[in-house]
Design a protein around this ligand. Sequence first.
Ligand code: BG6
Length: 456
Amino acid sequence: MKISKDFLWGASTSAYQFEGAWNEDGKEPSVQDIRTVPEGTTDFKVASDHYHHLIEDMNLFSELGLSAYRFSISWSRIMPNGKVSDRGVKFYTELIDGLLERGIEPIVTVFHFDLPLSLSKIGGWSNRKTIDEFSKYCKLLFDLFGKKVKYWQTINEQNILTLASKVIDGGNKTWKEVFQANHHMLVAQAIVMGIYHRGDYGGLIGPAPNICAIYPRTSSAQDQLAADYMSSFRNWLYLDAAVYGRYNQMAMDILKKLDAVPDITDEDRNIMKNNTCDYIAFNYYGSGCAKESTNNSNNKGSDQQQGLSIPGFFESTENNKLEETEFGWPIDAEGLRVTAHQIYSRYELPLLITENGLGCKDTLINGKVHDQYRIDYLQKHIQALRESINDGIPFIGYCPWSAVDLISTHEGFRKRYGFVYVNRSDSDLGDMRRIKKDSFYWYKKVIESNGEDLEY
Ligand code: BG6
């Protein structure tokens, strides 16, 4: 089956990882802007300085041939300390109008890991007041941009944000606190999906978790059960809530045994039940693998793709059938097809890939970046996407991470994903010059052929 003509060929970024200008034009700092700068590195808040390269970057998107661009809006830029900022509105208006003028569909995530500091100070998502503030913020965005933006996502990787607050950051919170905050995000998401639908803005809204198939390490029943538990805890809890408006039973079993069942009011239940999503956006980097939990299962070295374990339920483990990136993430293109099937057979909603890509240390040699390894990775994933479409799964589009190099969540600037190189490093802000990588020219050809020509 051919990919349909209206399929969106995009690329992704997020505000705090791309924009810079973290304290300019009235922007309030977000939780990302107060992180400690690792020793020996330069200020990561400058990111790729997109805020001051807006036109140049949009021209690059246009030259690349993108039909969509997925980005996030910085809550603390457009609504610093809860007040609307004209300068914040101006920036995103210029971005959205600029994309539309270039024939590029804007795909907006309203929240991507960058909670305003003022809300963090009152407890962030553990405080129900953040639900009200999020609703006001989203209503503002829908009123400002609802007629121009057709694809909205609520919260980027709520599953990773939640698991990170306990597992990855080695936080001191209890599981109950973690899942209470997670519950507030689920309620907030449902409320804004309701606001969006009642407002008749004319587009689609959905979540954007990081979803990946979890394989059992062996063919034993114990490992299969571990994989199912891990999948429920990492994947389905979040999507069942967004699509069905209820908690996943296996995930709930884990929460009960961790003494982490959140307080859920009748009103929360009604809100979740009555306000569900229109489509599913998801980020996919590679699959996961689980084995039966042993008593000493722990979460050392966890991040988005590795290391999550819950004693008594599952232990995440390496899949020795797969190669890994230089940053230790498994590469599993065919796993994208498995994941797409799992999602679609559970929910039967259109899918949009909002992130997928290879993070590695590119080198600039004589003004060029020969990133054949990235082309190989993307080629195989687009092939798997084509097969998934051929299997009958409806896809809205594909937005690899990332349009341009940007700062990694926890690996600085040395871990790059972009089609465009940004001339800076972790130790030197450089001149921020944009340089098209080999993958830029390759992806341009892929887009021109509507995914038919994947050769390099
Ligand atoms: C996803 C996030 O988890 O993965 C992005 O949504 C992130 O924000 C991307 O950058 C790649 O992860 P990392 O850790 O390599 O930056």
